[in-house]
Design a protein around this ligand. Structure first.
Ligand code: AMP
Length: 196
């Protein structure tokens, strides 16, 4: 099973991806997680990405395409993967197409979590409060200013990615405002895997 989860920050991609990992034994490839790990490790990529990420802007296509290309070729991704947070630009989607064609693998589906933008800020504020309550470090880009930039970047650069896949007949949309279990159920129906 190879799929892409699309949706703005706070749409619930990470939560749904984790459920798919648990159920199907496939890997979640989150460029955001990989970049945060690179920043924490102080690697050359992390050093290049750190400030861009903290501002809520997108890091370069070249960096994320390189990361995904390396990761998709690793043995644990052979059974399948969920791309979470990638592709985020049409150029990344085109690079992904070329990468998959070169490896002779095909995507099964692209699932878009549709959410009301006004609700996203509240969701992220709750996520931050929960993380603080658990004593976990808060993401550098989970603040009002960076969040506005992340939503702007989504609208300008990532929304066209939905149209890109819709044009190929690969896009399925799910109501991301529904309760978490219902979203999981809707995704399972699209994947033809039945209720959890
Ligand atoms: P996320 O965890 O998916 O919200 O990503 C956090 C941040 O990492 C984003 O705001 C971007 O700065 C960067 N990032 C993650 N994925 C990508 C991508 N595919 N293209 C460009 N930047 C990305």
């Amino acid at each position: 099973m190879r799929l892409i989860l699309l949706g703005p920050p706070g749409a619930g991609k990470g939560t749904q991806a984790q459920r798919l990992v648990d159920r199907h034994g496939i890997v979640q490839l989150s460029t955001g997680d990989m970049l945060r790990a690179a920043v924490a490790a102080g690697s050359p990529i992390g050093l290049r990405a750190k400030d861009v990420m903290a501002r809520g802007e997108l890091v370069s296509d070249e960096i994320v395409v390189g990361i995904i290309s390396d990761r998709i070729g690793q043995p644990d991704a052979a059974r399948g993967f969920i791309l979470d947070g990638f592709p985020r630009t049409v150029a990344q989607a085109e690079a992904l197409d070329a990468m998959l064609a070169g490896k002779d693998i095909a995507l099964d589906v692209v699932i878009e979590l549709k959410v009301d933008e006004a609700a996203l800020v509240g969701r992220i504020e709750r996520r931050v409060a929960e993380m603080q309550a658990r004593g976990e470090p808060v993401r550098a880009d989970d603040n009002a200013e960076a969040l506005k930039k992340r939503l702007d970047a989504y609208r300008a650069q990532t929304a066209p990615v939905s149209a890109y896949y819709a044009g190929r007949g690969a896009l399925q949309s799910v109501d991301g405002m529904a309760p978490i279990d219902e979203v999981t159920g809707a995704i399972a129906r699209i994947l033809g895997t039945g209720p959890a």
